[in-house]
Ligand binder design. Structure first.
Ligand code: NAD
Length: 244
């Protein structure tokens, strides 16, 4: 426990597993009062024993629920949007429904969250918004990540727009672009690729290993904290050299 985020209130989506969970825990360890949410209520239950102040169910695809949550929580200093889904396939595998689902969960969720939480952040004198994008789509193309990449490029653009519009009002908005990070959903994707699936993901990493959710969370803590006070509108790549 340290105090890099002492006195700050932080709100995290998709905090039951993977990167969102690691971020919620890291923010709490640095002294923030963390409000952690997910659709998976069981998954967030244990966070309270690990220093997270409050937990609640929140489906980021539900506009009414997001608005109600923003009213309930009020002002936060840090908003971390982690929810996202990886669709597998090319344009030929992507139906209109697949496109709409991916854009709703990966992009419109961030629009909903920021639009709901920003007014209180402005009233409170500012804050830091951190969106989880991806190196795929923002920096490079990856095979079979057609709509996923399109959504993450949109997240980077949305991030820059918010940063630009509110730069004079003490609101910062940055996104994180991870490479391949070992999380429950990533391991599932590897398993569906066959018994060597995980090795295939490792093989494309110049560092010879996958990233950890904790490494992504360390960057999220920096972006959430005042240490990054001069940084806004940036897409931070953290990918073990994947995009070199
Ligand atoms: P994960 O699948 O391990 O965890 C995702 C969490 O999102 C789960 O707890 C799930 O319950 C929650 N969730 C799903 N739908 C939701 C909804 N409608 N409302 C609220 N919560 C919902 O995910 P992860 O691999 O840690 O990925 C987290 C983010 O990081 C995503 O945006 C993903 O695109 C991005 N990312 C991941 C990787 C990677 O390799 N794991 C790489 C780049 C970017």
């Amino acid at each position: 426990m340290s105090d890099r985020l002492k006195g700050k209130r932080a709100f995290v989506t998709a905090a039951a597993a993977g990167i969102g969970r690691a971020c919620a825990l890291a923010l709490a360890r640095q002294g923030a009062r963390v409000f952690a949410t997910d659709i998976d209520e069981k998954g967030i239950a244990s966070l309270k024993d690990e220093g997270v102040a409050e937990i609640a169910k929140l489906d980021v695809r539900d506009s009414a629920a997001v608005l109600a949550m923003a009213r309930r929580v009020g002002q936060v200093d840090v908003l971390l949007n982690a929810a996202g889904f990886v669709h597998h396939g090319t344009i030929l595998d992507c139906s209109d429904e697949d496109w709409d689902f991916s854009f709703d969960l990966n992009v419109k969720s961030m629009h909903r969250m920021i639009r709901a939480f920003l007014p209180a952040m402005l009233e409170g004198g500012g804050g830091s918004i951190v969106n989880i994008a991806s190196a795929a789509g923002v920096v490079k193309a990856a095979p079979n990540r057609y709509v996923y990449s399109a959504t993450k490029a949109a997240v980077a653009a949305l991030t820059r727009s918010v940063a630009c519009d509110f730069v004079g009002k003490r609101i910062r908005c940055n996104c994180i672009c991870p490479g391949t990070v070992e999380t429950p959903s990533m391991l599932q994707r590897a398993a569906t690729a066959g018994p060597d699936g995980r090795d295939m993901f490792v093989a494309r990493q110049p560092m010879g290993r996958l990233g950890t959710a904790e490494e992504i969370a360390a960057l999220a803590v920096y972006l959430a904290s005042d240490e990054s006070a001069f940084t806004t509108g940036v897409a931070h790549v953290i990918d073990g050299g994947w995009t070199l």
